[in-house]
Design a protein around this ligand. Structure first.
Ligand SMILES: CC(C)(COP(=O)(O)OP(=O)(O)OC[C@H]1O[C@@H](n2cnc3c(N)ncnc32)[C@H](O)[C@@H]1OP(=O)(O)O)[C@@H](O)C(=O)NCCC(=O)NCCS
Length: 215
């Protein structure tokens, strides 16, 4: 019988670090992630994202996370991909780590973004899951550059970025809920990545995903 990974290699992609894995958001994990999102990602008076999808009632946020992840699942073309992986420990979904790229076979550049359920924040998980995704990008996909961005008033995200050794890469002024705010961009080169102290990370199922992404 044909299994999902036979036709959709993303389903068998796994990044492991200690008791943490980044893995494909299958139907069960995506529901658990959406429910986690509905339970709260940040203080309601704040918005760390480019749109207000994370604000509203638990059911509204849950449905938006589901719809967003369902749309992302199919975006795997070499010229435009989005990889969203659940952070899982002991079968529990703690958050999601994403990476996005356009024309990656040419640019070898990808942007990352992530969130954790509020109760899982501030315990080092955000740093670890970013390092796990960077390992996939640099070691698994031969990236040359990883980029990320955060609002000036998001100290946790910027602290993760600074600790990993990204360099400042400019500033955008964007409208967030009708108010101009500074979005800071950061860049991590392959050379800077290679000299960072990193935890032991293992990759599984990368080769068929490389083929899917035109690498
Ligand atoms: C951003 C996020 C993924 C980081 O994950 P995390 O597990 O909370 O982060 P970590 O525990 O690995 O590290 C947090 C760092 O931020 C620092 N930090 C956290 N809150 C802070 C604050 N209010 N002021 C200053 N520093 C702060 C911590 O001290 C730590 O720095 P250190 O490594 O130098 O000690 C997580 O907080 C989150 O999901 N936030 C809501 C969504 C979000 O902002 N997503 C990113 C959008 S750009």
């Amino acid at each position: 019988m044909t299994s999902l990974p036979d036709v959709w290699p993303m389903a068998a992609l796994r990044v492991t670090c200690g008791d943490l894995t980044l893995q494909f958001l299958d139907d069960d994990l995506v529901l658990a992630l959406a429910v986690l999102g509905g339970q709260g990602i940040h203080d309601p008076s704040y918005l760390p994202f480019n749109s207000a999808w994370s604000k509203g009632s638990p059911i509204e946020v849950t449905r938006r996370v589901l719809a967003y992840q369902w749309a992302a699942r199919g975006k795997v073309a070499p010229e435009d991909w989005q990889i969203e992986l659940a952070l899982v420990r002991d079968g529990e979904v703690l958050g999601v780590q994403g990476a996005f790229a356009r024309a990656f076979p040419v640019t070898r550049t990808a942007e990352t973004g992530s969130w954790l359920g509020q109760r899982h924040q501030g315990q080092g998980l955000g740093t670890t899951m970013r390092l796990m995704m960077l390992h996939l990008l640099f070691e698994g996909f031969d990236a040359q550059v990883a980029t990320t961005a955060a609002y000036a008033d998001n100290p946790a995200s910027q602290a993760v970025t600074a600790r990993i050794g990204y360099l400042p890469n400019g500033v955008d002024v964007v409208a967030r809920e009708g108010v101009a705010v500074e979005s800071r961009r950061f860049l991590l080169s392959r050379a800077d990545w290679s000299v960072q102290p990193r935890p032991e990370v293992t990759l599984e199922g990368v080769e068929p995903v490389r083929e899917l992404l035109g690498l």
